[in-house]
Design a protein around this ligand. Structure first.
Ligand SMILES: Cc1cc2nc3c(=O)[nH]c(=O)nc-3n(C[C@H](O)[C@H](O)[C@H](O)COP(=O)(O)OP(=O)(O)OC[C@H]3O[C@@H](n4cnc5c(N)ncnc54)[C@H](O)[C@@H]3O)c2cc1C
Length: 482
């Protein structure tokens, strides 16, 4: 029987992978393969943080396959070319893969399919990346949803998710020649703080399962309130595992539902958590229907927004030198851990776009390079949501006050003190606004503004007025343009 090539993409796991299950039940040998194709994504090739994760995730997947008697074949180059070559070398009759939603990945899939069919191979694409396929969720008029609440309501009215499938135990793996993992050079230039990331993260399917267990036992109860507090470990930290497909959203959905069956008190936390998975679905839904999402404003009027692009301003924000502690703490958290808390992502993104009037694409690009969970759909949709240009976005006039956000969501100052030790000795009431603290308080805390900690780059009130004026200018320009 001719083997099937299982082409791993953003589904670096063995459980709940419909393509593998189908190959096993048909009894065909499987050639497991991963192709690092840096040309296809163009400007959206994985950044340094993502490459670090990918290296470790592939290592873990290769190990799982090895334990089952197989060998993950690694190749570099055009996915279509490499897969067709591999099929010729192994006499494979088909290529199977999971669906991906990045516009470049959709194009890549088409190329692979075209080349495969020309070579007389079958090509089969399976679901599993999302809970709901974008075509499945339609408004009454047949178009796509542009607001989250009705979108998620429609998702929740879909038939119950089928149970996830375990890793198929009886696959007959077929070896093929390939590169060593180090030849992919994914961790050739790791980000500076990556040296200690292995103590914070466990990439791979086993790490994802451990993170789910940890969250169910420690984080889910209290998620509703805890998720908003950056100084408290109240969220799941599952985003990189979900992005790389080490865990299917269906496995997570099921694990949460089963865990909550016996305890009615968990229902509010469960529903809030599932709604966050809903935002992931919504972001992919938007990207599918509006593939320009990573580069162009979803709301056309924002093409006229008078951004004031400035390299020095962007550098100060990226360096965590804005003089607003919550923003700077978030940037430090990102540099050091490859992650930033969701509330702080919102505040830092709002600060960049609304206080500093820098284009959201500049922040999106930097997050792309630095986040371990960098995800084209989630990142683009979230940046646009914060900037005001996105679907169902926060209204433009809602401009976060970073000091008030800090007082509200980090009331004890745990988060700011953790990431900005130079402010540690300030009393809580001055922690989020060091520039307003009396000189005696600053001196007692060892803080010298402009020396040990920067003065605020902009005054909040003035920045707010400037942002609102820019918004009015955009609105008028958009009206004139018709
Ligand atoms: C400016 C900005 C940029 C962002 N960029 C990314 C990104 O590149 N990749 C990414 O995965 N998330 C991104 N997010 C969304 C969110 O911040 C992260 O998903 C979340 O912080 C991950 O932490 P967690 O796994 O502990 O989340 P939890 O609170 O435990 O949530 C569970 C899961 O739900 C999903 N999720 C939660 N919130 C969102 C959201 N707002 N939008 C989409 N999915 C969500 C994630 O997959 C997450 O792992 C961004 C948010 C903002 C404001």
């Amino acid at each position: 029987m001719r083997p099937v090539i299982y082409w791993f993409r953003q589904d670096l796991r063995l459980a709940d992978l419909p393509g593998l299950v189908e190959a096993e039940s048909a009894g065909v040998p499987v050639v497991p393969a991963y192709v690092l194709d840096d040309e296809a994504p163009g400007e959206w090739a994985p950044g340094p943080a993502s490459r670090w994760w990918l290296h470790h995730s592939l290592k873990s997947l290769a190990e799982s396959i090895r334990q089952r008697g197989g060998n993950l074949t690694l190749r570099v180059g055009s996915a279509a070319e490499q897969l067709i070559k591999l099929a010729a070398e192994t006499d494979a009759g088909a290529i199977y893969c999971s669906r991906a939603f990045e516009p470049w990945a959709v194009q890549q899939e088409r190329d692979v399919q075209r080349r495969a069919e020309r070579a007389g191979l079958a090509f089969k694409r399976f679901t599993g990346t999302l809970l709901f396929e974008p075509e499945q969720i339609r408004t009454r008029s047949g178009s796509f949803y542009q607001t989250f609440t009705p979108f998620w309501k429609a998702c929740c009215q879909q038939p119950e998710q089928p149970p996830p499938q375990p890793a198929p135990p009886h696959i007959c793996w077929r070896p093929a020649s390939g590169l060593a993992l180090d030849d992919l050079r994914l961790s050739a230039k790791p980000p500076p703080s990556a040296a200690h990331w292995r103590s914070l993260w466990q990439p791979g399917e086993a790490g994802a399962a451990a993170a789910v267990r940890h969250f169910l036992n420690n984080g889910l109860y209290g998620y509703l309130q805890g998720r908003e507090l950056p100084g408290h470990a109240g969220t799941s930290h599952l985003s990189p595992h979900l992005h790389f497909g080490e865990l299917s959203p269906r496995q997570l959905w099921q694990a949460i539902k089963i865990h909550c069956l016996e305890d009615a008190c968990l229902a509010v936390h469960r529903d809030r958590f599932l709604a966050q998975l809903g935002w992931r679905e919504f972001s992919h839904h938007l990207l599918h229907h509006f593939p320009a999402l990573p580069n162009a404003p979803f709301r056309d009027a924002y093409r006229h927004f008078p951004w004031t692009e400035n390299a020095a301003t962007l550098a100060a924000w990226r360096g965590g030198r804005t003089g607003y502690p919550l923003v700077d703490a978030g940037i430090r958290e990102l540099h050091q851990t490859g992650h930033m808390h969701n509330r702080v992502r919102m505040v830092t993104a709002s600060f960049l776009t609304k206080h500093l009037l820098q284009p959201w694409q500049a922040g999106e690009r930097w997050f792309w390079d630095t986040l371990l969970d960098a995800d084209l759909a989630n990142n683009a949709a979230s940046w646009q949501w914060v900037a005001g240009s996105g679907a169902d976005a926060a209204p433009y006039f809602r401009i976060f006050n970073p000091a008030l956000q800090g007082q509200r969501f980090d009331p004890e100052g745990n988060y700011v003190r953790r990431w900005l030790p130079e402010l540690r000795a300030l009393p809580n009431r001055h922690l989020q606004t060091p520039a307003e603290a009396p000189e005696t308080v600053l001196k007692a805390a060892g803080v010298r503004l402009g020396a040990t900690y920067p003065r605020p780059m902009v005054d909040h009130r003035q920045a707010r007025s400037a942002a609102l004026a820019a918004y009015r200018e955009m609105r008028d320009a958009a009206r004139l343009a018709g």
